[in-house]
Design a binder for this molecule. Structure first.
Ligand SMILES: Nc1ncnc2c1ncn2[C@@H]1O[C@H](COP(=O)(O)OP(=O)(O)OP(=O)(O)O)[C@@H](O)[C@H]1O
Ligand SMILES: [Mg+2]
Length: 94
């Protein structure tokens, strides 16, 4: 029998059939999204945030769970954004 766990990486959206144990949290995210247009998932490192969003929330959205919003969601993944801020030297005119 193949190992159902992906190892150290998060579950992918297409691995939703292997993802379990987070049904309540997925339902909670959907419920919050129905009320607000912005939703942040926060938690300690390695607690399963990425997996919950990818393999719990996204398949539910694409499956049409949010009837009013439909199932045609455009998903944009942003990872490790680095912002460079250049601070002018003291006395320098901007
Ligand atoms: N429901 C689950 N069942 C079993 N393993 C899980 C489950 N959810 C996540 N994992 C595993 O736990 C680990 C951490 O998951 P994940 O990367 O999703 O967490 P994270 O909170 O996004 O981590 P980070 O803070 O590093 O971004 C991964 O190895 C993932 O495969
Ligand atoms: Mg993560």
């Amino acid at each position: 029998m193949p190992n159902p766990f992906p190892g150290l990486r998060p579950f992918l959206a297409e691995e939703d059939y292997l993802f379990f144990g987070r049904e309540e949290q997925t339902a909670e995210l959907l419920s919050l999204l129905r009320q607000h247009r912005f939703l942040a998932v926060v938690g300690t490192s390695g607690s399963g945030k990425s997996s919950l969003v990818r393999a719990g929330l996204l398949p539910a959205l694409h499956g049409g769970t949010m009837a009013l919003a439909g199932s045609d969601w455009e998903v944009v993944m942003l990872r490790k954004l680095v912002f460079w801020i250049q601070v002018p030297r003291r006395g320098c005119r901007l």
